[in-house]
Design a protein around this ligand. Structure first.
Ligand code: AMP
Length: 214
């Protein structure tokens, strides 16, 4: 069973997704990270994607779908996948559902619920490791990553203007997708306002019976 992780920016999708990946030994598809990798390439496509990400807009669907298609073609047989950051609009939802069906993949969606105010607070205060990309909340006071020693920086798209554009896109484009999963009884709600540990515990309590019944 695959898990499609939804949540407003700052809800902890990446952090929780990585914890689930380790615990259940799943594959992990992080759309934003894949696109940031593409954006770091010195090519026309790389430069185009970099500009779009920094402005907070969504990268064109065809580019995103090619990346996920490529990932699916390489995933080990029998391994479940956590999808983080896809689908983000109704067109992606349609193409993505078809892609999963064509690959005989079963899935459930999870929404990490957090208020817009709390999301804004987290996004403007978080930092990431410039080397290993580990994310650190405001409460982490040091200047270097505790995992690899890399310098902590603010993500280039975590600026006020881009955050506003990204949150708007979440409400206008992604909420309809989440509502569609809800209407198909495929959506699990998780309160994401607690600590990383609390949310992780809650997620595992709810997901374990589902992931173990496969
Ligand atoms: P994230 O790391 O999930 O916050 O994503 C960072 C940025 O990558 C987003 O603001 C978009 O510019 C781009 N991005 C991530 N996922 C998608 C997607 N499914 N479709 C289009 N663009 C995306």
């Amino acid at each position: 069973m695959d898990i499609i992780l939804f949540g407003i920016q700052g809800s902890g999708k990446g952090t929780q997704g990585k914890l689930l990946k380790e615990y259940y030994n799943m594959s992990y598809f992080e759309t934003g990270a894949q696109l940031r990798k593409l954006a770091s390439e010195d090519s026309d496509l790389g430069h185009e994607v970099k500009k779009i990400i920094e402005a907070g807009h969504l990268v064109p669907n065809e580019i995103v779908m090619k990346i996920v298609q490529n990932f699916l073609s390489k995933v080990s047989e029998g391994k479940s996948i956590i999808f983080d950051g896809i689908p983000r609009n109704m067109i992606q939802a349609e193409t993505f559902a078809k892609l999963l069906d064509d690959n005989n993949r079963k899935y459930k969606a999870v929404i990490l619920e957090l208020s817009k105010e709390e999301a804004l607070k987290r996004l403007t205060q978080r930092r990431v490791c410039s080397k290993c990309k580990e994310v650190y909340p405001a409460s982490y006071q040091k200047e270097t990553c505790e995992k690899c020693g890399g310098k902590l920086i603010t993500r280039t798209d975590d600026n006020t203007e881009s955050i506003k554009v990204r949150l708007d896109a979440f409400f206008t484009e992604t909420i309809p997708v989440i509502n569609m999963f809800e209407s198909k009884n495929k959506l699990i709600h998780i309160n994401a306002s607690g600590t990383i540990k609390e949310v992780d515990k809650n997620l595992k309590e709810i997901l374990s019976p589902i992931l173990k019944q496969q």
